[in-house]
Unconditional design. Structure first.
Length: 582
């Protein structure tokens, strides 16, 4: 018999099950609404005009207003957007339509538990150490990575093929057990960007990890666990960075300590090296106030960042090409990218902030983007833009000879961001689920809930931060409502929260640990009409091919139901930022 898990943070967010049976579907934020937040739900299957009843915590009957009708451009389903009114009194409400009864919670800081769980997830997926503070999720250490081999694609004079190196610690990347520099650096970069905007919030956020008692904020401590692994991925002879640490093939759905495949570091790549340079430059700057806990780290990080950048400048075409890897061949995740302009922009921007050197400013100007797009592991220009926006906020004094170029970059990045945000919120008033996200076919696909929902909302919050307004905050909150249940599937897409959340993510530990509930706080990829995994699924069939309904809660579905550190990083950045504003 598998064990049920009821952690206190899950209990705080889980509400009573939906009651009654009918053809009516109600979609709402299942985690909870803040007292002053707009309370909007979506009803499908019936015109709810005059049929929505709200029972307040004190038993009063309240009215709701059906705002408009919305028809799905893909399925043709007719839905109605309903405004529940103020509902500013905290407590548990009941929303009743036809025979359906749904719980709705109003509470101060409704996102706090889910945001905290999203960050704590990184502790639960640590590699190479036993998990001793995970409650029912405690497990022995797996993948010590103290005897990793240098693959022939990564061989050098001082480290020939077969050289044994130690490359311990770090996070497991996704549903698999490998560790990838590109995605690790991007994930840290996303969370660093949010940390810079809400330092006081993160200074107070305790996620109950082994380092929680030191003087460093838990978020930075968690980043350090992965940064220590990243250090080991740089070739000390020349400064280049190995693309990933991997087994030749994905492991089966077994626990980490049961894995037996040999692990390798493979080919150095320009993209991994630049991502490494960027995140080390930022880490050197952000960890400087915490020398009592990490006395030698900032200086070391600054040095390795500059060496990595120099290697990238000397090897601008060293793109990762997995198909060329032989003896053994490698079939695990590629994180391949044949354009390094965005990586050069991010790395140059981060290194300029760290050093103030003209070389990095010149390169940032050269590689600056033409427009803002939401950040992704393969599209890092936004992280570079966030560097310049944060520099603008800090009002740092720069050399007279650099001022025009710096001011120009700062203003251009802000202009591009605001142009993007204005476009993002267009159409909300006619959308099916009253949110900026989810209204175009290309909103959906691999990892869409992270890259197109969370990262879009992060951009909206950054725009408010830069302009000193709250113009876009409401729209960012709407994306949170979508993520947490107000969507076509009716899922709260974060494990362990809401009345209906994924129970079977594509995640090896959750599938193999003999615990019924998966790790709490994991964001799954989300609806993916590409369904790239459907031929590999033996016992599962997607319930729909419509873009916003193409999701299945099955461990075989790596295209819609996998988890990944970059996706959870976007969840941390987005929800912690919103929680800080609350």
């Amino acid at each position: 018999m598998k064990k049920k898990l009821f952690l206190s943070l899950v209990l705080a967010a889980t509400t009573m099950a939906v009651q009654g049976k009918s053809d009516v579907e109600i979609r709402l934020n299942q985690v909870g609404y803040a007292p002053q937040q707009e309370k909007v739900i979506v009803v499908e299957g019936i015109n709810p005009a005059g049929k929505v009843r709200i029972v307040a915590p004190d038993g009063r009957k309240l009215k709701a207003k059906s705002v408009r009708k919305a028809t799905s451009p893909w399925s043709g389903k007719v839905r109605y957007v309903v405004d529940l009114g103020q509902l500013s009194q905290p407590g548990n409400y009941q929303v009743i339509v036809d025979k359906q009864q749904y719980p709705l919670t109003v509470v101060e800081r409704p996102l706090h538990n889910v945001a905290s769980a999203a960050l704590r997830l990184f502790y639960l997926i640590r590699s190479g150490v036993p998990i001793t503070m995970g409650g029912d999720y405690n497990r022995p250490a797996g993948h010590p990575d103290t005897r990793v081999l240098v693959h022939n694609s990564a061989a050098s004079t001082l480290r020939p093929t077969g050289t044994v190196i130690s490359s311990a610690l770090g996070w497991y990347d996704a549903g698999d057990y490998n560790k990838y520099v590109v995605n690790s650096a991007f994930s840290i970069g996303l969370m660093f960007a949010a940390y810079e905007q809400q330092k006081d919030y993160f200074a107070r956020l305790n996620t109950n990890i082994p380092e929680s008692k030191n003087k460093t904020p838990d978020l930075l401590d968690e980043m350090m666990f992965n940064l220590q692994w990243l250090f080991t991925m740089q070739d000390p002879a020349d400064g280049g960075v190995y693309h990933k640490l991997t087994t030749p093939n994905f492991e089966g759905f077994i626990m980490p300590n049961a894995c037996r495949q040999q692990r390798y570091v493979v080919q150095k790549s320009v993209t991994a090296t630049l991502d490494f340079a960027a995140v080390m430059a930022d880490a050197a700057r952000l960890l400087e106030p915490y020398l009592s806990d990490y006395p030698s780290f900032p200086a070391q990080a600054a040095a390795v960042a500059e060496r990595a950048y120099q290697w990238a400048k000397e090897h601008p075409s060293a793109f990762y090409q997995q198909q060329r890897l032989k003896e053994p061949a490698v079939t695990t995740g590629t994180y391949g990218d044949m354009n390094a302009r965005d990586e050069f922009f991010w790395a140059a921007s981060a290194l300029y902030r760290l050093t103030g050197r003209q070389q990095y400013l010149d390169d940032a100007v050269q590689y600056q983007p033409r427009q803002f797009s939401t950040p992704s592991w393969g599209g890092l220009a936004a992280l570079g833009a966030f560097e310049w926006l944060a520099l603008k906020q800090a009002n740092v004094t720069v050399a007279d000879t650099q001022k025009a170029a710096v001011d120009g970059l700062c203003e251009k990045m802000l202009s591009q961001l605001l142009d993007y945000c204005e476009g993002a919120v267009q159409g909300v008033e006619t959308s099916c689920f009253n949110a900026p996200y989810g209204n175009k076919p290309n909103d959906f696909g691999w990892g869409c809930l992270a890259e197109h929902n969370c990262c879009q909302a992060m951009a909206l919050l950054m725009a408010d931060q830069m302009t000193g307004t709250s113009k876009y905050r409401r729209f960012a909150m709407q994306n949170a409502d979508y993520l947490l249940g107000r969507n076509a599937t009716g899922y709260c897409f974060v494990t362990g929260f809401g009345t209906k959340s994924p129970m079977h993510p594509h995640h090896r530990i959750s599938a193999a640990d003999n615990i019924e509930a998966p790790f709490p706080g994991m964001l799954v990829g989300g609806p993916n009409p590409g369904q790239q995994d459907k031929r590999d699924m033996h016992n599962a069939v997607y319930p729909s091919s419509y873009p916003d309904e193409s999701f299945i809660d099955d461990a075989e579905s790596y295209a819609s139901n996998e988890i990944a550190i970059n996706w959870n990083a976007s969840l941390v950045a987005f929800l912690c930022w919103l929680d800080a504003l609350e």
